[in-house]
Design a protein around this ligand. Structure first.
Ligand code: AMP
Ligand code: GLY
Length: 423
């Protein structure tokens, strides 16, 4: 099978790494890819939302399956684009159609979906500039901290958590009236604050059945002790130690099943990953958000634990035979630590040479914001590399990642030294 992966992050390098291990994968392409995917696949210099160029590449390279990494092409309807094109309609796309991608594309859509299907989540109301005054009144009925969410995609920056009522009102105004997040904040969801510990659950579905992948916990803040600005994610641990069998059973019954059933009832065809962001409040699972793709860097800790052939899984998803697949999961823990460019998630420099990868042999180094330049691997983004290790315990795995990182260098390299600290 010839396979095309769309995206250029650590998540996509991990997909490519896993797919390349399958003897069923004849030729592997990544668009646009990075220096890590270039070593194991053919990179195509095409943007993930350039559907016409993707079409040409799919035809030219006789692609049999497309795996979509990031949310943007899904929310913009890449799956629908394939279905509507005579030359592409028989090429399966792993990733939901546009209507279902709204689960990530619109927070209000996701909240309404959860309400309709009785899926536990925070109480909420949504507002536009036309009823901003009612938004202030709703805030007055809530206890601090106040959670404001831009309805649309805002590159992970659209959620504000504020301790002060006055500040919450002024931020609401700046989102709705002054378009703080542009189009994304023409609508704002205000939510009840949920106090608990977060984890992520990853589900594969073919639209009929589902399989649950190992859980993971992601570390979103830039600073140690979960302080400072939000990032795309600074590290991940899988499995999540506090996710006991009893808790996982509750997640499956109260969240996963009603989600997959809800998609069917609402006539939202879905072949792809569902990433469910959860928070454990007391003993109860509550949904914080849906994403319609895998997490990054969670993928770098979750996929290395999957022993089943990923080509078999994707093919079964496309053929709606997922129920026949046995998911074989490695018992070992896997952890990943992100190396980032100094300054990230604010301004940072690029083009710094990265050295020492060949010495980090006890870990798997997944490239993210890294590219080849004049034969050298240089930084090209904020999150640069994810260093993944296995261990009998997550502590052992993390220790190994930190040991491997000792070998890796680039100017102004930064990483959190406390991944897993709260477990
Ligand atoms: P989201 O973009 O929806 O994942 O939100 C970003 C982060 O904000 C989450 O990972 C949580 O840490 C936090 N968050 C979102 N919604 C809530 C909530 N209702 N209560 C507490 N924290 C929240
Ligand atoms: N690591 C969180 C995300 O991928 O959205």
């Amino acid at each position: 099978m010839n396979i095309l992966v769309l995206g250029s992050g650590g998540r996509e390098h991990t997909f490519a790494w896993k797919l390349a291990q399958s003897n069923r994968c004849k030729a592997l392409f990544v668009a646009p890819g990075n220096s890590g995917t270039e070593a194991i696949a053919t990179n195509l210099n095409i943007g993930v939302t350039d559907f016409e160029a993707i079409k040409t590449a799919v035809i030219h390279n006789k692609i049999d399956l497309v795996v979509v990494g990031p949310e943007d092409p899904l929310v913009q309807g890449i799956h629908d684009f394939f279905l509507q094109d005579d030359l592409l309609k028989n090429v399966p796309v792993i990733g939901p159609q546009k209507a279902a991608a709204e689960l990530e594309g619109s927070k209000e859509f996701a909240k309404e979906f959860m309400m309709r299907h009785n899926i536990p989540t925070a109480a909420y109301e949504s507002f536009t500039r036309d009823n901003v005054e009612e938004g202030y009144k709703f805030l007055e009925t809530l206890q601090a901290p106040y959670v404001l969410k831009a309805d649309g995609l805002a590159a992970g920056k659209g959620v504000l958590i504020l301790n002060d009522l006055k500040e919450a009102k002024s931020e609401l105004k700046s989102m709705l009236v002054d378009a703080k997040f542009g189009e994304a904040s023409t609508k704002v969801v205000i939510e009840e604050f949920l106090d608990g510990i977060e984890l992520s659950c990853f589900v594969l579905t073919d639209g009929k059945d589902y399989k649950i992948l190992p859980t993971a916990k992601d570390y979103k803040r830039i600073g140690e002790g979960d302080t400072g600005l939000n990032t795309g994610g600074m590290g991940a641990v899988s499995p999540v130690p506090f996710a006991t069998k009893a808790f996982l059973d509750r997640i499956e019954t109260e969240v996963v099943k009603p989600t997959v059933e809800g998609l069917k009832k609402d006539n939202l065809p879905y072949v792809g990953f569902i990433f469910i962001g959860l928070i454990k409040v007391g003993d109860d699972p509550k949904v914080i958000e849906y994403n319609v793709r895998m997490g990054d860097p969670e993928t770098e800790a979750v996929l290395p634990r999957l022993k089943t052939d990923l080509v078999d899984i994707f093919e079964a998803m496309a053929n709606q035979t997922l129920s026949k697949i046995d998911m074989d999961i490695d018992d070992r823990a896997a952890t990943t630590v992100m190396l980032v460019s100094g300054g990230y998630p604010e301004a940072y420099e690029k083009g710094k040479e990265i050295s020492g990868m060949e010495k980090a042999t006890d870990s798997i180094v997944f490239h993210a914001g890294a590219k080849l330049h004049d034969g050298k691997v240089v930084t090209s983004g904020g999150r640069v590399m994810a260093v993944t290790s296995y261990g009998n315990t997550y502590q052992e795995a993390i220790k190994k990642s930190y040991q491997s990182i000792e070998n890796l260098h680039f100017d102004k390299m930064y990483y959190r030294k406390d991944i897993g600290f709260d477990l």
